[in-house]
Structure formats: structure tokens, C-alpha cells
Design a protein around this ligand. Structure first.
Ligand SMILES: Cc1cc2nc3c(=O)[nH]c(=O)nc-3n(C[C@H](O)[C@H](O)[C@H](O)COP(=O)(O)O)c2cc1C
Length: 299
């Protein structure tokens, strides 16, 4: 299955069947951690699979999850990262890679904020110098139809997936299915400088409309969709909004997830390129103070 199909299918699952995964699936999931693409040898991230989710979820109530509400799942990955922003970004990139590959196995997943790292680490009981930056819940969704519903409920009259979601004045085929809404592409892609908007046709002419269509399906903390892109010739610059309510790991996990989604979309669509982490040219692009530059995708 192409990764883009998986990108369309994935959504956060917050209710799980509490039975353990069968041995074969468990092995497949745990083995995913060995196959994650490496983007930079210098970053330090570790994924530890937690087999006894129900026990640990009790320990983590009041610490992790939105407002301390831990999502109860049969299993989790605890995501540990070195204390630097490149490692936090890689935690997002690599964690989302696991999530998309778990979705290929039809598993449900959800990112969960760790909350206070020291308390969460004590609850999990694994000693390391790394910070515990997030959890990823893993299990079979309790409502199995939800995961495939994005396909099943699609308008049969739709010309293609592109005519669904994200385009003004087009009815989605999603019916009553619960789904986190997303911005239109033209709201977060700029040409040369900040807030210099492009029309959808201009993006289409550049052959980038589809990539951004898939990009916008990326998960983010509180569905804040903090990403903005600036097209500058062969460079596509990514800036991510800071948020006073969030800590550095979470802001950078959002950035890393966006990097993975954009890369998956570009590669699946046959446009080669790769990310360079760099904070330069912030002033030149007139990027406001409350955004940080993640880097640029070089085509
Ligand atoms: C870094 C991060 C932390 C998150 N933490 C939580 C959480 O603690 N609890 C929760 O219910 N969802 C959490 N989410 C899931 C987001 O709310 C979800 O991705 C977003 O609303 C978009 O919905 P979707 O994933 O279904 O597309 C988190 C997502 C990210 C990226």
C-alpha cells in the first residue's frame, strides 16, 4: 500500500479494545522501531514498547494526556529524546513513521503528550538521561469501522480524493463521521514571503497541490496545524508556530511530523528531495516572531 493511502486513512484513535495484540502483530509493531529511516546520526531518540498498557495508564493518569487525562490503551510506545531540538524533531518524524506503518497493519494509534517528563519517567520506571517527550497509544480500535470510514463514506460522485476536503465550496463525503477539520491549502502556503498567498491554480501549475493536500492531514497537538510553508524556487521553507502553552518537545514533535508528511507526499508523488534543518533567512522571508523556522525541503 502506498504511504499516501495510509496518510488518508490515519486518524487518532482514543478508544481501544483492551485485549493484547496477538504475538505476530506485536512482533511486527515492535520491529518497526528497527526500520525507522535515519535523518541525522547526531540525534538521540529511543522508542520503548510498553506491553502492559492498562497498568501504566493508571500510573500516568493526572500526568500525561490533555489535562492529565491519559488515553487508556493495551500498549504504548514511550518516546524518549535527548534534550535538544533536533532530537525532539526526530522524535516527531520517527514516531509518525511508526504511526503510519502501524496504520498499514490497521492498528489504531494516538500521540499522547507526556506532561511532566520527570513524573512520567518515574511512572514508567525506565532510567535514562533522555527526556520522556510523548507516548504513542497502540491497539485495535474499539470501533473498527472508524479507521476505514474515510474511504467508505467518500462521495461516489467525487472526481478524485483531491476534490474532497480542503477545497472551498466542495462538499466532503464524510457524512457524520468524526474527523478533525483541517485548513485549506491556500491558507498555509505562501510564495516568497510571509502571507503572500497563492491561488489553488498557481499551486496546481507548480505541481505541488497534491503534496500539500496530503500534508495538511498531518496530526498536531490540539489539531493546531501550526505549519506554514514558503515557496522559494527549489526551496520549500517550513515554519512552525510556537505556543506559550506548549513546551519545546511538543512544538518540535509537531514540526517533525510535518516534515515526514511532506516528504512522504513528495516522494510518493515522484518528486525527489530532502529536508535540511536550518533556521536561516527568517527575516528575509518576514516570518513573524511567534514562528520558528524548521528548515527547508530542497527539491
Ligand atoms: C505531539 C502531540 C501530542 C498529542 N497529545 C494528545 C493527547 O494528549 N491526547 C489526545 O487525545 N490527543 C493528542 N494528540 C492528538 C491530536 O489531538 C490529533 O492529532 C489532532 O486533533 C488531529 O486529529 P487526527 O490525528 O485524528 O487527524 C496529540 C498529537 C500530537 C501531534
Amino acid at each position: 500500500m502506498k504511504m499516501l493511502k495510509v496518510v488518508e486513512k490515519r486518524k487518532s484513535v482514543r478508544e481501544y479494545k483492551m485485549s493484547d495484540l496477538d504475538e505476530k502483530t506485536l512482533e511486527q509493531v515492535v520491529n518497526l522501531t528497527k526500520k525507522i529511516p535515519v535523518i541525522d546520526e547526531s540525534v538521540g531518540v529511543e522508542f520503548r514498547f510498553i506491553i502492559d498498557g492498562s497498568e501504566i495508564s493508571q500510573q500516568l493518569q493526572g500526568i500525561s494526556g490533555y489535562y492529565g487525562k491519559m488515553i487508556v490503551a493495551p500498549h504504548y510506545f514511550a518516546v524518549y529524546a535527548d534534550k535538544n531540538i533536533a532530537s525532539y524533531k526526530y522524535a516527531g518524524y520517527a514516531g509518525e513513521w511508526i504511526i503510519l506503518n502501524a496504520a498499514k497493519l490497521n492498528l489504531g494509534t494516538c500521540w499522547i503528550e507526556a506532561g511532566d517528563s520527570a513524573k512520567a519517567k518515574a511512572a514508567v520506571g525506565y532510567a535514562t538521561d533522555k527526556e520522556l517527550v510523548a507516548f504513542i497509544a497502540v491497539g485495535w480500535p474499539s470501533h473498527e469501522t472508524n479507521l476505514s470510514a474515510i474511504y467508505n463514506s467518500r462521495d461516489i460522485n467525487s472526481a478524485s480524493s483531491l476534490t474532497d476536503r480542503g477545497y472551498p465550496d466542495v462538499k466532503t463525503g464524510l457524512g457524520a463521521e468524526k474527523e478533525s477539520p483541517r485548513m485549506a491549502i491556500t491558507e498555509f502556503v505562501y510564495l516568497k514571503t510571509w502571507e503572500s498567498m497563492l491561488t489553488f491554480d498557481e499551486l496546481n501549475r507548480r505541481g505541488l497541490d497534491e503534496a500539500f493536500y496530503y500534508m495538511r492531514l498531518a496530526p498536531s497537538w490540539g489539531n493546531r496545524q501550526p505549519w506554514r510553508f514558503i515557496l522559494d524556487g527549489e526551496r520549500i521553507v517550513l515554519a512552525v508556530q510556537k505556543d506559550e502553552a506548549l513546551n519545546e518537545p511538543v512544538e518540535n514533535i509537531d514540526a517533525g511530523i510535518a516534515m515526514l508528511y511532506f516528504e512522504v507526499a513528495m516522494h510518493d508523488l515522484g518528486i525527489s528531495g530532502n529536508w535540511k534543518l536550518s533556521e536561516d533567512k527568517k527575516d528575509e522571508y518576514k516570518i513573524p516572531e511567534d514562528y520558528f523556522v524548521v528548515g527547508y525541503y530542497s527539491m
